[in-house]
Design a protein around this ligand. Structure first.
Ligand SMILES: N[C@@H](CCC(=O)N[C@@H](CS)C(=O)NCC(=O)O)C(=O)O
Length: 326
């Protein structure tokens, strides 16, 4: 991580643990918002008005949080307005690196090698982990925001005049219900899988795994309609999808969340396929990035062996690719 703007130690997957061995995720620190006219958003400062081509998004395709923002960008039709750079899925001793893997590229803005160099450009004294996603303002040379939950929400409204969209990912009439399901989904499932994977005590692992499967069971029961809130796709579907699509391929194995797979849940499986087939979503999923990325975490897979499967996830992705192309 960076301490006072200097890369000081080799990258380690466990960010922080509490006294009971529970994994603790770092709180994001750049919290400004792009708004239609540059007025300040709910947090941070103003001065970040919506403009085509002004902002740049850095993501990792292995990363569920970054993939949330990629999905929103696609669904909201912002791919021509907000260019994106994908980092190498294999974390190095200096964290995320640019280039050197299919589907990734050099840093187009500064030509740097590592993501942490973008952070020190934003704040020469930055202390913390250099995480993705990052939304960068090329006009003011500033980091706008590095919290996917915020980015997801600003992409829903900020560019409405430049690029009108049929999707409303955070409709006001569902705001309360979305917030409350988001919170539980995050604790139990999105971050729950990481808490299981990086637990350093049996108790912390047991607690995390029971939360993961309680939430999967709940979602299976809840899913009567097409999406989590009926026939409208919302940001909560994006938040659920990014974890579900990684579950059988990565979390079930490397994070030991292996009581069941998504393939064992009929409604969740159908839901996963339905969301994957929504135009734009399939392009945000790259199984090689996901598998190579998670299985490169040396602390969990010291020999770096690459798993052969799971065949059913590859088949699912192939099926949906064919359907989207047809
Ligand atoms: N709160 C952040 C979390 C982002 C995050 O933890 N990203 C991970 C990848 S999945 C990361 O960049 N980790 C690098 C590191 O911890 O050094 C968000 O949701 O945007």
């Amino acid at each position: 991580m960076l301490i006072d703007g200097k890369w000081t130690e080799d990258w380690k997957p466990v960010q922080k643990a509490d006294e009971n061995g529970r994994f603790v995720r770092q709180v994001s620190s750049f919290r400004n918002w792009i708004t239609p006219d540059g007025r300040p958003g709910p947090t941070g400062e103003g001065g970040f008005a919506a403009e085509a081509g002004r902002y740049h998004l850095y993501v990792a395709l292995i990363c569920p949080w970054a993939s949330r923002t990629l999905m929103a960008r696609k669904l909201k039709g912002l791919d021509r307005i907000i260019p994106v750079t994908v980092v190498n899925p294999v974390l190095t001793r200096q964290g995320w690196r640019f280039g050197g893997y299919p589907g990734t590229g050099a840093d187009p803005l500064f030509g740097v090698d590592y993501m942490h160099e973008i952070y020190t450009r934003a704040d020469t004294h930055f202390t913390g982990r250099a995480t993705v996603p990052v939304l960068w303002d090329t006009k003011r040379d500033r980091m706008v925001n590095n919290e996917s939950a915020d980015i997801l929400r600003m992409l829903d409204t900020a560019f409405e005049e430049i690029a009108p969209s049929d999707y409303r990912l955070y409709p006001q009439d569902l705001a309360g219900e979305i917030e409350s399901l988001n919170t539980r989904l995050y604790e139990m499932l999105n971050n729950g899988v990481y808490k299981a994977g990086f637990a350093s005590t049996q108790g912390a692992y047991d607690e995390a795994v029971s939360g993961v499967f309680a939430m999967l069971d709940e979602l299976e029961t809840r899913l009567g309609g097409a999406y989590l809130f009926g026939d409208r796709l919302t940001e909560t579907d994006i938040r659920a999808f990014v974890t579900l699509i990684r579950f059988d391929a990565a979390y079930h194995g490397i994070f030991k969340t292996n009581r069941r797979q998504i393939a064992d849940y009929p409604r969740l499986s159908a839901y996963l396929e339905r969301v994957l087939a929504v135009p734009g979503v399939r392009e945000t999923v790259d199984l090689d990035h996901i598998v190579d990325g998670y299985y490169s975490i040396k602390a969990l897979n010291p020999a770096g062996l690459r798993p052969a499967g799971p065949d059913h996830v590859r088949a699912l992705l192939g099926r949906v690719t064919d359907r989207v192309a047809a």
